[in-house]
Design a binder for this molecule. Structure first.
Ligand SMILES: [Zn+2]
Length: 410
């Protein structure tokens, strides 16, 4: 859901929901886009992580809800310094999962201090509050995690979410945050956990003894994916899949010395590579591009052009998936459908680009509609990024097209 008011863009993404029943779809790392205030092509939203950039400012609030049973189950006793240390270690491990993806600038080994030190605050409501009449206050430029802050976003089924504040122009000022550097820059991304007793969370060490609690580490890892700029993925095993495993369960592996970025899927890694590529990386540099076109072009005729120069000439909103031909595993997937050059509004011509992907592999590519557990409504935020309310010339995003059958690339 995207709002825009008073010259700045606010995007609230990342609602992590209770698990639903149903069958698995395949596929997608997905990014969100911001249309620059000055016009031009939509820019992928990401943090100012670049060589020479200031370290990512981050903290967490040690204020915990006073509930019985406990909101956050730990092996350490409730209300002790040891409990705070245990929660902090879980936060650090979740950050480390992303930082240990090789070949990105988030990797702490790529250059010094990509991530600043993780601070603590005793302030209960340290995260940006809900906006009122479209006006957002409390933006401080510090990426904060809150366990005891209420929000109207906690509707039924929402476990946690990330509020992302994005600049749509350079030198934009939000609250006490430093001015932005570029359009699409994430200025502030705060993570909120439900605190009303409707859900409880457990650290990895306590999960086995807390069958009613959700796994805190994987929820944190998911929300940190939003902090870094990723939207939801329809790949079942991706950490950015929008639905959490059932209470008391955890899918995949915990990070280890030999697999420090577990339990991320290749799709998650591809997403991080796309936003923060390390110029020194020589492995993850492959791209696959193409267009998804209907067999019968008149199948698209029900969408009229809504502004001059804007046409729908291909399938918009297909899930385009790359599978490693040797292993059969899904490597990456994306929300396909549009392209842009600076002189025109986005063209909905079915274009897609997958990557960067590891070179030296063969890939099978297929396209499929969003008709599984993840529905078009789950991808609406990402789809909306192709246009913006301030886009010039104006632009209207067509509906996600589900009126086609899965198809292998010939
Ligand atoms: Zn999410």
């Amino acid at each position: 859901m995207k709002h825009k008011s008073g010259g700045f863009a606010l995007t609230a993404v990342g609602l992590l929901l209770f698990q639903l029943g149903g069958t698995s779809p395949a596929n997608a790392y997905v990014r969100d886009f911001t249309v620059p205030a000055a016009g031009g092509c939509p820019q992928p939203q990401h943090q100012n992580i670049a060589i020479g950039a200031v370290p990512l400012a981050r903290q967490w609030s040690t204020s915990l809800p006073n509930l019985n049973p406990a909101a956050i189950v730990t092996t350490s006793a409730q209300g002790t310094a040891a409990q705070l240390n245990e929660i902090e270690a879980t936060i650090q491990q979740a950050y480390g999962i992303w930082a240990d993806v090789s070949g990105t600038l988030v990797n702490a080994n790529s250059f010094p201090n990509a991530l600043g030190p993780l601070g603590r605050t005793a302030t209960q409501n340290a995260c940006s509050p809900d906006s009122v009449n479209g006006v957002q206050t409390g933006v401080d430029g510090v990426n904060t995690i809150c366990f005891n802050q209420t929000s109207a976003a906690f509707t039924t089924g929402v476990l946690s979410f990330t509020r992302v504040i994005v600049a749509d122009a350079p030198l934009q000022v939000f609250g006490s945050a430093p001015p932005s550097i570029f359009a699409g820059q994430i200025i502030d991304a705060d993570i909120y956990f439900r605190n009303d007793g409707q859900a409880t969370f457990a650290t990895p060490g306590a999960l086995a003894t807390a069958p009613g609690a959700y796994d805190l580490e994987s929820l944190l890892t998911h929300e940190l994916g939003h902090v870094f700029g990723l939207d939801h993925s329809a790949v079942w095993r991706a950490i950015m899949f929008p639905f959490a495993p059932s209470p008391g369960t955890f899918f995949g592996d915990r990070p280890t010395a030999s697999a420090p970025d577990a339990p991320l899927a290749d799709d998650d890694r591809a997403g991080l590579h796309s936003l923060y590529p390390d110029p020194a990386d020589t492995v993850d540099v492959g791209f696959i591009s193409g267009r998804i076109l209907p067999a019968n072009p008149f199948a698209l005729a029900d969408f009229p052009a809504t502004s001059p120069g804007e046409y729908v000439t291909g399938i918009f909103g297909a899930q385009v998936v790359a599978v490693d031909a040797a292993t059969g595993s899904v490597v990456s997937a994306t929300l396909g459908g549009w392209t842009c050059d600076a002189a025109n509004p986005p063209q909905f011509d079915g274009s897609y680009t997958l990557g960067p992907l590891p070179i030296g592999h063969s890939y099978i590519v297929y396209a499929e509609p969003f008709v599984g557990l993840v529905q078009p409504a789950d991808m609406a935020g990402a789809a909306a990024g192709a246009c913006g309310t301030g886009a010039s010339p104006p632009c209207t995003v067509p509906a996600i097209n589900t009126n086609f059958a899965p198809r292998l690339r010939p």
